[in-house]
Write a protein that binds this ligand. Structure first.
Ligand SMILES: C[S@@+](CC[C@H](N)C(=O)[O-])C[C@H]1O[C@@H](n2cnc3c(N)ncnc32)[C@H](O)[C@@H]1O
Length: 225
């Protein structure tokens, strides 16, 4: 049996899988945060999408600190007034990076949302590792109009349609109700094209095995009316 097939066969217990297959590391742009991340590309990542689907598994996005999430996190840590005392939603949280950064920057509370059960477990481990309380949900919140979210952080979610289209429509409805929406994006195809304001750009060190470059020029954007 190949190493990747063995990996896929060992993942019925998300918590045990995460602890066994990751190391606690600091994302290059956000060294204040420590996360359970794949130190090498997980064997699981090398399965094709078809093979993962056959096993009912999404790709292990939670095992990487994506360039977009690192950029949003860096920005709010350097501009804590954006989240200070606010109720924050970290949408598509993955490892929990943006939510953890928001709590470190002084947010009143963070709800980290990810539909992947492995991400939900990884977020819980990572929140504990950083000593910050986070609420976590596996619900798909797209189209949920909760006006208590004052700031919504979106790290690297514009990589596929129709997801990106659904998210944009929903987020625009939320900004019309007063939410502040920040998106971190390294030039993905489906980043919204209109009514979006660039706040800053960073050069983010990435993994060539995941991306097509060692460094990605990554911007933080604010959705505007
Ligand atoms: C590329 S990762 C980004 C993770 C993290 N924000 C970061 O920047 O490191 C995208 C994440 O979005 C999650 N996701 C996809 N569709 C979602 C949905 N409808 N609701 C919540 N999370 C979703 C995936 O499970 C994955 O963890």
């Amino acid at each position: 049996m190949t190493e990747t097939k063995q990996a896929a066969g060992r993942i019925s217990d998300p918590a045990a899988f995460i602890l066994r297959e990751t190391e606690v590391l600091e994302p290059p742009l956000v060294p204040e945060v420590r996360l359970h991340l794949a130190s090498d590309c997980l064997p699981l990542w090398e399965l094709t999408e078809e093979e993962l689907m056959e096993q009912g598994l999404p790709p292990p996005f939670w095992a990487f600190a994506w360039a977009g999430g690192q950029a949003v996190s860096r920005y709010i840590l350097d501009h804590p007034e954006i989240v200070k005392g606010k109720r924050v939603l970290d949408f598509g949280s993955g490892s929990g990076l943006c939510g953890i950064a928001a709590m470190k920057a002084g947010a009143a509370s963070v709800l980290a949302a990810d539909i992947d059960v492995f991400a939900v477990q990884a977020i819980a481990f990572n929140a504990k590792e950083n000593g910050v309380p986070l609420s976590v949900t596996q619900d798909d919140l797209v189209d949920v109009m909760d006006e208590s979210w004052e700031v919504i952080l979106v790290g690297d979610m514009c990589y596929e349609q129709p997801l990106a289209g659904r998210i944009e429509t929903w987020l625009r409805a939320l900004i019309a109700k007063g939410a502040d929406v920040l998106i971190g994006d390294p030039g993905r195809t489906y980043l919204p094209k209109r009514n979006i304001e660039k706040l800053i750009s960073y050069s983010v060190k990435t993994d060539r095995r995941l991306e097509d470059a060692d460094v990605k020029n990554t911007a933080v954007w604010r959705l505007v009316d």
